[in-house]
Ligand binder design. Structure first.
Ligand SMILES: Nc1ncnc2c1ncn2[C@@H]1O[C@H](COP(=O)(O)OP(=O)(O)OP(=O)(O)O)[C@@H](O)[C@H]1O
Ligand SMILES: [Mg+2]
Length: 305
């Protein structure tokens, strides 16, 4: 079943087409990654999906409920970590969490139980009675997460939840997303961190200048760029570049003490290089093959577009 559905969403800000005919479909249980450079339209899309912003055209449904005609009901199904956190600076960590739980209609016993559990899980127990104004960015983000998941929502929207966080807080955020997903939440997450998207997401959409330019599993997106495969080799003595002219090798680059040979068929290239070393009587110091990274796919897709 489609849990998050956007149909032809568009939003103009003056002359800027922030979002231009974006359609998204996220199935139950997925972790969907929204990737794009600064200003691509990620936040604007999330704001329309979560009912903060009215689209100029198009519609969106959360768990089959239209966010614009039925906003309250739709919002009950979602937890949101917006780009700029919405925690209240004048309340304590615990008050923020309890207040949010109350908003979602949780009874007082489960509010307290769940708040205790989340404060512990997010490493905030000792600071639970301190006002959020005195918190660091990472701690504030953890309060924001607690507020987003207190009611165990079927849908989670996270707008760059790991931006500017240290390794520990980042791990905590990622682990929490995984745990929530394991418990059945469908997740839409935006990030600049391509490795993070690669490791976390089942499907990724790349957005650039308001439009989605590619969608697929991380592996599928990488495969679109098969020609970026290469073999990197270091010889003990220099080997003439001319010797690398071979049907399987499309381009040769020097990288420090290594040669990088681009090829469609790394297996064939490696065999050729081994034979070449034998024939030239030079020793191979190291050899490695590299598959295209998601980052390369991303850069190629968004460069100059
Ligand atoms: N409230 C607004 N008023 C005017 N222009 C806006 C507003 N919000 C967004 N924009 C413009 O819309 C475009 C998309 O912005 P958006 O915040 O959605 O990008 P983003 O992909 O989230 O970028 P980032 O990675 O920097 O967070 C930008 O050109 C931005 O300047
Ligand atoms: Mg943004």
């Amino acid at each position: 079943m489609e849990i998050i559905k956007a149909d032809h969403l568009s939003k103009l800000f003056g002359p800027v087409k922030a979002v231009d005919d974006v359609s998204i479909s996220v199935k139950e249980g997925e972790i969907f990654g929204f990737l794009g450079p600064n200003g691509a339209g990620k936040t604007t899309t999330i704001r329309m999906l979560t009912g903060v912003l009215t689209p100029d055209s198009g519609s969106a449904q959360i768990c089959g409920i239209d966010i614009h005609t039925n906003p309250l009901e739709a919002k009950m199904n979602m937890g949101v970590i917006p780009e700029n956190g919405t925690v209240y600076s004048d309340l304590t960590a615990e008050q923020n969490i309890l207040w949010t739980a109350k908003f979602y209609g949780m009874d007082s016993i489960s509010r307290k139980e769940r708040a205790d559990e989340l404060l512990r899980h997010l490493g905030l127990t000792e600071r639970r009675n301190d006002i959020v104004r005195t918190f660091s960015k990472g701690m504030r983000q953890r309060v924001s997460i607690a507020c987003a998941i207190i009611h165990s929502p079927p849908v989670l929207f996270l707008d760059e939840p790991t931006g500017g966080l240290d390794v520990y807080s980042r791990r905590l955020v990622i682990d929490t997303v995984r745990i929530m997903n394991g418990k059945g939440s469908t997740v839409l997450i935006t990030t600049h961190n391509i490795e993070e998207a690669n490791e976390l997401c089942t499907t990724i959409s790349i957005i650039n200048k308001g439009s989605i330019i590619a969608t697929g599993s991380p592996e599928k997106l990488k495969k679109t760029f098969d020609t970026a495969k290469y073999v990197e080799i270091a010889f003990e003595q220099p080997v003439k570049k001319e010797l690398f002219v071979h049907e399987g090798i499309s381009r040769v680059e020097t990288h420090g003490d290594k040669m990088r040979l681009y090829t469609d068929d790394p297996d064939k290239a490696v065999k050729y290089l081994a034979a070449l070393a034998e024939q030239q009587q030079v020793k191979i110091l190291s050899i490695a093959t590299s598959n295209p990274t998601l980052e390369e796919a991303f850069v190629q897709l968004t460069a100059g577009a």
